[in-house]
Design a protein around this ligand. Structure first.
Ligand code: FAD
Length: 319
């Protein structure tokens, strides 16, 4: 199933409990800017009839297609998006670079035999996509082939969410459904994910294996609390059971872009750094002065986290 002549940008506006997630709104706003430059429009797709379409319009969509249900598996959502892309023939399909977005994007592009770029941090109106490689040290500029739609997932925090209450748009109910679904949702577990809003946090204090124990990890939680931030963690800290998986930052966790990221007892493995390299200012605390986290840090403290964090907490409490 191929096409080479398309118009407009389709954005899958992912939602949670009916509210579009921040990264999806950022994607809609960026798409609106690009579409405007080309005299085109943004066609957003939301799942679930109760999803807040108004905010999606406010972010820049001029049409919002409402299909399926929010809780459908990614496989099913991908098939529905394919049908909608076939119907509307967009030039591009974008979505937030969430774990779900990263499952859906390649499934959509594979059907159309079109290009797919993940974790983009820049898009130009003439279709140049920028993404990070080499552990965030190299920016790749890419153009995709002639088959449409060009599919991209957008790295959270890369673009501003621009809400404009004066925008208007059309909401269209679509009855597209998936044909063959091999995945079945057995149970939806509501983790504390809703309260762990890492992707939108301005301050994140993250702890790694170097915290040593659950008791010591409480220092990370306390520092985050006194600073008005959110707790992040590396995979080992989660596997140790010090904190729930909803806090994981990195390749198989969340991609974050806070203004301030404080890494405590974290070595700086690629799989972790790829999830936080977009942070505005990175502070690393590690007892090993050669730890690779210092290569990406703006400020580094060489020392024992169990001694440094209590001092930082006390100082912050005085403010
Ligand atoms: P370590 O690498 O063990 O580092 C601990 C650091 O703490 C060391 O640098 C040490 O010097 C320091 N330290 C020890 N004691 C102290 C102290 N008292 N004071 C100060 N510093 C101290 N990891 C993720 O984080 N997120 C992911 O999403 C992720 N996805 C992965 C996906 C795949 C497919 C694979 C293979 C791995 C993934 N990983 C992920 C794991 C990743 O490769 C690393 O193993 C992990 O990030 C290391 O975590 P860490 O820095 O906490 O632990």
């Amino acid at each position: 199933m191929k096409y080479t002549d398309g118009k407009n940008i389709m954005v899958y506006a992912q939602s949670a409990d009916g509210a579009p997630v921040g990264a999806a709104l950022e994607t809609v706003s960026k798409a609106a800017e690009l579409a405007k430059a080309n005299g085109e429009e943004v066609i957003a797709v939301v799942f679930g009839k109760d999803t807040d379409t108004k905010t999606v319009i406010t972010a820049g969509a001029s049409k919002v297609l409402v299909a399926g249900e929010e809780g459908l598996p990614a496989e099913e959502k991908a098939q529905i998006l394919v049908k909608l892309a076939e119907k509307y023939q967009p030039k591009a399909v974008y979505m937030a670079g969430t774990p779900e977005g990263k499952m859906i994007a390649p499934a959509v592009s594979a059907v159309f035999e079109s290009g797919c770029v993940t974790d983009v941090t820049g898009i130009t109106a003439d279709g140049v996509y920028t993404s990070l490689s080499y552990n965030g040290n190299v920016l790749n500029d890419m153009k995709m082939g002639e088959n449409l739609p060009h599919v991209a997932t957008v790295r959270s925090g890369s673009f501003a969410k621009k809400l404009d209450e004066s925008r208007t748009g059309e909401v269209i109910a679509e009855d597209a459904s998936a044909d063959t679904v091999r995945t079945k949702v057995v149970e939806t577990v509501k983790e504390i994910a809703e309260t762990v809003n890492l992707e939108e946090a301005q301050i994140i204090v993250s702890g790694g294996r170097g915290m040593g124990s659950k008791e010591n990890f409480a220092l990370v939680e306390e520092l985050a609390e006194v600073m008005g931030g959110v707790v992040g963690a590396t995979r080992p800290a989660i596997e140790e059971g010090w904190v729930s998986r909803a806090h994981q930052v990195g390749q198989s966790g969340k991609i974050v872009a806070p203004k301030l990221y404080i890494a405590c007892g974290i070595s700086g493995a690629t799989q972790h750094v790829s999830g936080m390299i977009g942070s505005g200012y990175i502070v690393a605390i590690n007892k090993d002065e050669d730890a690779s986290i210092f290569d990406v840090a703006d400020a580094g403290i060489v020392g024992d986290v169990t001694k440094i964090l209590p001092v930082m907490i006390e100082e912050m409490k005085k403010r």
